[in-house]
Design a protein around this ligand. Structure first.
Ligand code: 2BA
Length: 109
């Protein structure tokens, strides 16, 4: 068994959960916050059999979009705060950051 952890944008989370449920996957959604943007995102925990990992990744791929987002850094990239004037920079966010972990044991009561 594997645990797929997928960090996705909030805008994609409803569509992704609907697609997972439609194809018979069980998932848990956690409200999370990106360390860089400090904005809300959604983390999915999906427990599945090894041979369905690729299927899940394909569903995530087709339901999560890459978007450009303007962000004003809260502190200078270089570290010094002298004469720091913040200005927005564009970053590309998502579609998804996906981790696949082996599961040693799973109990479901
Ligand atoms: P955030 O940490 O808020 O990052 C949002 C986007 O900002 C990232 O998109 C990336 O384009 C940019 N970014 C992040 N850290 C950066 C840095 N140090 N310098 C310049 N740009 C940076 P994604 O890579 O698509 O990540 C989207 C969200 O997925 C992240 O939100 C974070 O919550 C999660 N994530 C991505 N990689 C991760 C990892 N290796 N471990 C844990 N969570 C991760």
């Amino acid at each position: 068994m594997r645990l797929v952890i997928a960090v996705v944008q909030d805008k994609d989370s409803n569509r992704l959960s609907a697609a997972l449920i439609k194809d018979g996957f069980r998932a848990t959604k956690l409200a999370s916050t990106g360390g860089f943007l400090r904005a809300g995102n959604t983390t999915f925990l999906i427990g599945i059999e090894d041979d369905r990992v690729d299927e899940v990744i394909q569903i995530i791929k087709s339901n999560c979009k890459v978007r450009d987002q303007l962000v004003t850094p809260v502190s200078p990239m270089g570290g010094t705060t002298d004469a720091y004037i913040p200005f927005p920079v564009e970053v590309q966010v998502g579609g998804a950051a996906v981790f696949v972990l082996p599961v040693e044991r799973f109990e479901h009561f």
